[in-house]
Every structure is written in C-alpha cells, then in structure tokens.
Design a protein around this ligand. Structure first.
Ligand code: PNS
Length: 170
C-alpha cells in the first residue's frame, strides 16, 4: 500500500546528490534547490575519484560549492561532504537510500540508467531519483563552462560569481 507523504519528507534520511562538481554550475544549484524542496534536506557528495584530471582539487571543489551555496542563500538544509571509493559504500555508511541525479538530455539517460542499475545491484537499498533542471540550464555542463572560461569569456552567466572568478584565474 502506498501512503501519500507531505512535501519535504519524501524519503528515509537525507537525499544524497553525488557528482564530480568540477566545478559546480547553475544547473547543479537548480537541482540542489529542487532536491531540498522535495526531501527537506540534501547532502552534496563530492566524489574524489570520478574524474581523471580534475581542473580543481577536491578541496577546491568542496570550497567552491560551499561558497556558491552561501552566494545563492541555499545553505539551509544542505550539507557538503566528500567521499572516496564506491558511492554505494558511502550510502551504506551514511544510512542513506536516495540518490539524486540531474537529467538533461536523452543522451544522459543511457549512462544514468546503467549507473542507477549497477548501484542498485551493489546496494539493493538504494534508489536513484532523477530531477530535470529548469530549461534555461538544460545545455549547461561543467566542461562547457570551463571551455568558455579557457577561451577567454567570463562564464558568470552560467555559474556563481566565485566559480566564474576561479575559472578565469585557472
Ligand atoms: O558529476 P558526474 O561526474 O557525472 O558524477 C559521477 C559520479 C561521481 C556520481 C559517479 O562517477 C560515482 O558515483 N563515482 C563514485 C565511484 C562509483 O561508485 N562508481 C561506480 C558507479 S556505478
């Protein structure tokens, strides 16, 4: 039997939003806002080993996320953590069962489906919830924002000011 749940209490425990966040963009912040609205709180989990050559160190990525949350007044109910190793093990350690991921295009779906099913195989208590960002962020990605900055244009329309500044001084 299904029970309807009040807004902000859709899951057991806090939802976890994992990613590389190299760096965080306006698209990620949109997903964080939506996840917090749905689940009441959200933990951003920065992976230490998802990208081979990150532009920012783990500490820098974490610090940019914290500064971005402050800049956008989004700190309440939002925690930032880092994790090493498998996401499934981290979820188990935290006693968390809901993973949040953003979904932009059909092309995202293929790899996301594979990841969600593998994660569920490794940790059957886990489920992945996909949230669509506002359409104005649909085309955003950390790598495009980085390329824009690398080629000389300030990417402040696509990321918080602290991130845009960090990108322009890379
Ligand atoms: O922002 P990204 O790079 O799309 O995030 C990918 C991330 C960090 C969620 C994924 O690579 C991950 O969970 N990495 C941790 C290691 C792991 O559990 N790998 C197996 C995934 S099925």
């Amino acid at each position: 039997m299904f029970h309807s749940r009040a807004r902000g209490s859709a899951s057991k425990g806090s939802a976890v939003y994992p990613g590389s966040f190299d760096p965080i963009t306006n698209g990620h912040l949109d997903i964080i806002r939506r996840a917090r609205e749905l689940f009441g709180s959200v933990t951003i989990a920065v992976s230490n080993n998802s990208v081979k050559n990150p532009s920012f160190s783990l500490n820098e990525r974490q610090s940019l996320i914290i500064r971005s949350l402050r800049e956008r007044r989004l700190t309440q109910g939002v925690r930032v953590e880092v994790f090493d190793g498998l996401l499934t093990d981290y979820m188990r350690r935290r006693g968390a069962s809901v993973v949040i991921r953003g979904l932009r295009f059909i092309s995202d779906f293929e790899s996301e489906l594979q990841m969600a099913l593998m994660n569920r195989r490794l940790n059957p208590a886990m489920d992945t919830v996909y949230l669509m960002p506002d359409e104005k962020h649909i085309y955003l990605s950390s790598s495009l924002v980085k390329e824009i900055a690398r080629l000389g244009k300030n990417p402040k329309a696509f990321a918080p000011a602290c991130v845009a500044k960090a990108l322009m001084t890379l």
